[in-house]
Design a binder for this molecule. Structure first.
Ligand SMILES: NC(=O)c1ccc[n+]([C@@H]2O[C@H](COP(=O)([O-])OP(=O)(O)OC[C@H]3O[C@@H](n4cnc5c(N)ncnc54)[C@H](OP(=O)(O)O)[C@@H]3O)[C@@H](O)[C@H]2O)c1
Length: 276
C-alpha cells in the first residue's frame, strides 16, 4: 500500500491524548519519519518530555511547527482552536491540508480563521487508534477536494476504519464512536464485575468480557448480520441467555445507551463555546 504521508511534513498541534496517540501510531507505522514530524503542546516541560519520548521536535511554538508543514493535524481542545488558528494563519496556504480532530468545531469556523481556499477536513477518531483498531468519521470542508479527503482517509485508515460522512453528522459520530469508547468500557467493566460476583478471578473475568465484546463486534463487522439476528443465535428457548436478556430489558439498558449517545451528541454541539 502506498504511504499517504510519504515525504510529507506533518505538524501535530496539541499532542495530548488523541494527538499523541495518532502521532505515535503514525511514527510506529512509519507513515511519517521522525525527521518529517513535529508537534506542539502548551507546557514547555511536557514538550521536552514528549520530544524525548517520541524522538521528534516538540515545542510550544505553533507557528514554527506549522511552518513548511504539508499536513497540519489540529488536536487541541475546541475552545483553544480560535487562538491556535490565529497563530498559524500566516504559515498556511491552500497547499497545506488542515485536519482537525476537535469536537464541535465546524470546518467553516476553521476556514474563516485561515486564508482563502485552504482545504480543511474534520475528523473524529477514537482512542483505539492506539492499537490500530480505531474508528474515525471524516467530513470535508468547502475547499477540500477528493485528493484531500483521500489523504485524510488514508491517514486514519492506517490506524483503523474510516467512514466519510456529511459534516452535519459529525456531532453524532462524536457521541457514538468517540465518546462511545468510554461507554463500552463501562459495559465491559460491568460484565467483568458480574463474573467477579460469580467467583471468577478479576483478571479472567476481564479477559472473558473483553474478548467476548471483541468477538461480538467482529461478528457484526465480518458477517454483516444484524445484531438482533446474532443475538437470537445465542438465545436458546428457555435457556439461560434469555434470563439475562430479561434483566437487561428490565434495567432499560437499550434506552439508557440510546440516551447516552443522544446526550453526548448534544454536548458535542456546545463544546466550542466553553470558556478557554
Ligand atoms: N480524547 C479523545 O478520545 C478524543 C477523540 C476524538 C477527538 N478528540 C478531540 O481532540 C482534541 C484534544 O482532545 P484530548 O482529549 O486529546 O485533549 P488533551 O489530552 O487535553 O490534549 C490537548 C493538547 O493540546 C495542548 N494544547 C493546549 N493549548 C495549546 C496551544 N495553545 N498550543 C498547542 N497545544 C496546546 C495541550 O498541551 P499540554 O499537554 O501541555 O497541556 C494538550 O497536549 C479535542 O478537541 C477533542 O474534542 C478527542
Amino acid at each position: 500500500m502506498t504511504n499517504p504521508l510519504d515525504r510529507k511534513k506533518l505538524a501535530v498541534l496539541g499532542a495530548g491524548k488523541i494527538g499523541g496517540i495518532l502521532l505515535r501510531a503514525f511514527l510506529d507505522q512509519k507513515l511519517v519519519s521522525a525527521s518529517h514530524a513535529v508537534a506542539t503542546v502548551r507546557h514547555a516541560e511536557r514538550a521536552e518530555a514528549l520530544g524525548k519520548q517520541m524522538g521528534i521536535r516538540v515545542s510550544t511554538d505553533n507557528r514554527a511547527a506549522a511552518h513548511g508543514a504539508d499536513v497540519i493535524l489540529l488536536a487541541v481542545k475546541p475552545m483553544q482552536m480560535a487562538d491556535v488558528l490565529d497563530e498559524i494563519r500566516s504559515e498556511i496556504t491552500p497547499k497545506t491540508l488542515v485536519v482537525s480532530t476537535a469536537a464541535s468545531v465546524p470546518t467553516k469556523f476553521i476556514e474563516q480563521h485561515l486564508a482563502d481556499n485552504v482545504p480543511v477536513v474534520r475528523a473524529m477518531p477514537n482512542t483505539p487508534c492506539a492499537v490500530g483498531c480505531g474508528m474515525t468519521g471524516i467530513a470535508s470542508g468547502k475547499h477540500a477536494g477528493a485528493p484531500h479527503l483521500e489523504l485524510a482517509r488514508a491517514m486514519f485508515g492506517a490506524v483503523g476504519r474510516v467512514v466519510v460522512v456529511d459534516e452535519k453528522h459529525m456531532d453524532a459520530v462524536t457521541g457514538l464512536s468517540a465518546s462511545g469508547t468510554a461507554f463500552v468500557y463501562v459495559i465491559l467493566e460491568s460484565l467483568a464485575e458480574g463474573g467477579v460476583k460469580m467467583g471468577l478471578p478479576r483478571e479472567i473475568a476481564t479477559l472473558l468480557a473483553a474478548q467476548t465484546m471483541q468477538g461480538a463486534a467482529r461478528m457484526v463487522l465480518e458477517t454483516g448480520d444484524h445484531p438482533a439476528q446474532l443475538k437470537d443465535g445465542v438465545t436458546t428457548p428457555a435457556g439461560c441467555t434469555i434470563d439475562g436478556i430479561l434483566e437487561l430489558e428490565d434495567g432499560k439498558v437499550r434506552v439508557t445507551l440510546i440516551k447516552a449517545v443522544v446526550k453526548a451528541t448534544e454536548r458535542a454541539k456546545e463544546l466550542m463555546f466553553d470558556e478557554a
